[in-house]
Design a protein around this ligand. Sequence first.
Ligand code: ADP
Ligand code: MG
Length: 305
Amino acid sequence: MKNEMRDIIESKKFLFFGGKGGVGKTTMAATTATWLSDHGYKTLIVATDPTVSLSAIYGQDISATDITKIGTERNLCGLNINPKKAMGVFQSRLEGMMQGFSTMFGSELLSTPCTEEIAAFDQFVSFFDDTTHDKVVFDTAPTGHTLRELSMPFDWSGYIANQIKNRRELSEVLGFVYDEKMVADLEVEKARYDHSVKGLSDESVSAFNLVLLPEKLPIEETARAVEDLGGFGIKVRSLIINEVIPKDVLKGNWFLERRRATQDKYLTEIEQRFPTITRRQVPLFDTDIYGMDILRRVGRELYGE
Ligand SMILES: Nc1ncnc2c1ncn2[C@@H]1O[C@H](COP(=O)(O)OP(=O)(O)O)[C@@H](O)[C@H]1O
Ligand SMILES: [Mg+2]
């Protein structure tokens, strides 16, 4: 039987997992990374969520600075981007760039409202130039945050373009000699962000997947995310509907049957509201999910045997 989810992850290099908090993003990202590495793909899983979930799910420390080999898996590595640390790296790079020029511009650049998010994004986008892995799986932060991350390079790129323009005009009007190197550096910076935006919306390399539960709130949040991402030219490739109660456990239990009936209602709603997006259900497991064995079981549900 054809498994569309499997086609998606095998045909794209950059795989993103988004959705509301607690719906199973980290679980699905880790499941996917494990499945891919088991199937011979050299895979890197990157968490941009400032939590330790990735370390907990694999049962080992995953570094924020260096790519860490996961367990004894031949093809699997991880990185847990820490926004605070990313900020330090980013600041020193910018400061280096600003050296010898009016510090006013420098401090202005470093004190834009979302420098910390820019810094995390800055590390995150560097993966679009990755050539050492076959697949890069992103365990993204919850929807609102993700969108903020995504909207940043757009503003950022406009901001840098403005700085370049201002600098040129100032130097013409006031006869300043402006620092050619710095303008060149800013241009490099702008190109970097433009490149990342292109990567995110390039359907030939990237696939955005949203995880949700068959419940009202996650459905509404998903609808908003689909719309918001669409505004940035990003098409949501699949919906993973998680924690569906298996029919064979109902056995006349009225509580479970009611719960499943509610889920059925929302499963129909999901079909009607997102008819053009690939959908795949994952059952509710009888335990929580961590460790290779259970991740492989989830992988069989998502991508087949
Ligand atoms: N299909 C499932 N069956 C049972 N437990 C699940 C399932 N999917 C996720 N979980 C559990 O739900 C919790 C939240 O999942 P997680 O992946 O951390 O969510 P998120 O990253 O979206 O915040 C975890 O404890 C995880 O083990
Ligand atoms: Mg998570």
